[in-house]
Unconditional design. Structure first.
Length: 652
């Protein structure tokens, strides 16, 4: 946030200097205007101050000025004359043929002056913020094809209360040419502000100003501010959508790992069979096969024999099954195999095909096709989802809404930061991590990550973090940023396996010396740690000391919980099996501002609306639910024709 705010301020300052230079060049920069510009820290207000002096395209007001009517506009705007016809006659010419034509030109100029009044625009902006409504209507000729937007065929609500997801849905409908959106404020309220600022009498000239003010609002101010508020609402909605996407991605990346286990991973399929791979504790491929337990081949006995053979041969400890096509059926087939004692997990396979076709996958498995690579990815997602998911473009993981409707640069940057945050939170084993994972460590990046892997291949495993200094191109600053997030579990120095930064090793050794013990004893003994007086080491910084003591308590701990086995209802496989009132086990697959999507094992997620999460008020589903969380949900309604399943956590 600090970085984003700094960037905004830099852009604002750059724009401020551009405006000041332009005004100086035009010789219209008064001391008062300069001070207002220098004191302004709102980009919209800054543009309001500059608006009257901008070079404009041909406007009605400019045309009137060119015809010599600016003097008339000034006299009328002064509102002191009761005989505007007499005033107007003085401005008739070969280009201005009548009184009404002259007055119309004067009104155009006055309307532009009013629309460019920065103080008035500020007042009206406040009015729009409080009173604007957004409405959506269906285009009559598109009613049939717009059926999925049925809820917005005739919709209106205060703009300030329109949630991001609803605005994004209506905007998508408008972008597809199916809906029409409009932002409005009560005209009477807006005109009251304008009249209060610009009407000063009741004579004929005041009546001309009143007409100009009404025209200014309808023709200039309202379209401008409506567009501005549409853009502001769009940006705010996109920001919230990106926040939801980032938080969902964070939860998915920090999903519970099973840990280093020997895994049988299955990429299910019907006609082409199920691709089966065996992985060791490090995720290395041991063997791969294809089995055909489902129609049309339906070779269940042979498939079961192969699975048991692979389990015995490789000592497999867990089974990972992709949750896509034939996922539930494959899971049930495996559970029926006698002798298969390993726990079975359905694994989200979104993006596995993206990884399997990537350059990275081809480099990892040059002699295997995409089906084998995809199955490997499914297996690795079970043992360590973070290490595997960092290899995939976050947008392919399937945890967002409207990701194609938001600013793609902002989305990419935010998701990149989210991945970095998760990787650094968990920490990275310097001796086992691939370049994909290492590239997200603070201070490194793709090039240094590749060099670390190459260095490790040539020199063998790292025995200390200081060895990173020997990696080509890895300077002091990169080392300072990265070292605390890298772990060497087998190092002689126990702190190498912790989050304690090498800069703080002398401090920890000083604490150990004061406690008359070894560093390892500090980490192993709660009794010794209880006797440490943090105040004695304040010279190192209280926050640093607090972090160190916390890390000594649980050195190198993984903040993620442990993965546990989960089962869907065995008698429910498709939407046709659902009945209103049924209670079913499910897992949260996605979170939005308006609710949670829950996988109940029917190849179509159900919606748990925010109003159905709890008897008490829930503002944001993410505050009470997490992706992957297990729930018992009740079927509220099933609408097969609309592809909707409505769920509830309430007892009814």
């Amino acid at each position: 946030r600090i970085e984003e705010q700094l960037e905004k301020l830099k852009q604002l300052e750059k724009r401020r200097q551009t405006i000041l230079t332009a005004l100086e060049r035009k010789e219209v920069l008064s001391p008062e205007l300069r001070q207002r510009i220098l004191r302004c820290f709102d980009e919209r207000e800054l543009e309001d101050l500059y608006q009257p002096y901008k070079s404009k395209r041909r406007t009605r007001a400019q045309t009137a000025r060119d015809r010599g009517l600016e003097g008339l506009a000034r006299e009328v705007y002064a509102q002191s004359s009761t005989q505007v016809d007499r005033l107007a006659k003085e401005y008739l010419s070969t280009e201005v043929h009548g009184v009404e034509e002259a007055l119309a030109g004067a009104r155009d100029i006055i309307a532009e002056w009013i629309s460019e009044d920065p103080d008035l625009r500020g007042q009206l902006r406040e009015l729009y913020g409080k009173k604007a409504t957004i409405s959506s209507t269906v285009k009559k000729s598109k009613k049939k094809e717009a059926d999925k937007y049925r809820d917005y065929f005739s919709w209106s609500e205060p703009l300030a209360r329109c949630p991001a997801h609803r605005f994004m849905a209506m905007r998508r409908g408008a972008d597809e040419g199916l809906l029409q959106l409009k932002i409005e404020v009560p005209e009477e309220a807006a005109l009251t502000h304008i009249f209060a600022k610009h009407l000063r009498s009741r004579g004929e000239s005041a009546e001309e100003v009143r007409k100009a003010a009404e025209d200014s609002f309808r023709r200039l101010i309202d379209p401008s501010l409506s567009n501005e508020f549409f853009t502001r609402t769009k940006e705010a909605a996109e920001e919230k959508s990106i926040e939801v996407f980032a938080e969902n991605l964070r939860q998915l990346l920090l999903a519970p790992p099973l840990g280093p286990k020997r895994v049988l991973a299955v990429d299910p399929g019907y006609r082409s069979g199920c691709k089966v791979v065996c992985l060791d504790e490090r995720g290395s491929l041991l063997e791969h096969r294809v089995i055909f337990p489902h129609p049309p081949a339906e070779q269940k006995a042979e498939a079961a024999r192969v699975v048991i053979e692979l389990q015995r041969k490789h000592g497999l400890e867990a089974v990972a099954v992709g949750d896509g096509t034939a996922g539930r059926e494959t899971e049930e087939f495996l559970r029926e195999i006698e002798g298969l004692k390993a726990p079975i997990f359905l694994v989200n396979e979104d993006g596995a095909s993206v990884y399997s076709a990537s350059k990275l996958a081809r480099r990892e498995f040059p002699d295997h096709d995409v089906t084998v690579r995809g199955a490997v990815s499914i297996g690795r997602r079970l043992t360590d989802p973070l290490s595997e998911l960092v290899k995939i473009d976050p947008k392919s993981i399937g945890v967002g809404q409207y990701q194609h409707d938001v600013d793609q640069k902002k989305l990419k940057k935010r998701l990149q930061r989210t991945v970095e945050s998760c990787v650094n939170l968990v920490g990275v084993n310097l001796n086992t991590a691939g370049a994909s994972l290492l590239s997200y460590v603070s201070g490194l990046g793709p090039n240094l990550a590749e060099r670390i892997v190459e260095f490790r291949a040539r020199k063998g495993s790292f025995t200390s973090r200081q060895q990173l200094r020997e990696v080509s191109g890895l300077g002091a600053k990169a080392f300072q940023q990265a070292a605390g997030f890298l772990r060497i579990p087998s190092a002689d120095q126990p702190l190498e396996a912790s989050a304690v930064h090498p800069e703080s090793y002398p401090l920890v050794e000083r604490i150990a010396q004061d406690m008359d013990c070894r560093v390892a004893d500090l980490m192993d003994s709660p009794e010794i740690r209880k006797r440490i007086d943090p105040a004695k080491y304040r010279d190192a910084g209280e926050a640093t000391v607090a972090d160190i003591l916390l890390e000594l308590e649980k050195p190198g701990r993984d903040p993620r919980p442990t993965r546990e086995e989960f089962r869907f209802a065995e008698d429910v496989h498709g939407v046709e099996d659902l009945r209103e009132g049924m209670w079913l086990p499910g897992r949260v697959s996605n979170l939005t501002r308006f609710g949670a999507f829950v996988d109940i094992g029917v190849k179509q997620d159900g919606l748990l609306h925010v109003s159905e999460i709890s008897e008490s008020y829930v503002r944001d589903p993410a505050e009470v639910l997490k992706i992957g969380e297990r729930l018992e949900v009740r079927i509220l309604q099933v609408e097969p024709e609309r592809g909707r399943i409505s769920l509830s956590l309430k007892r009814g």
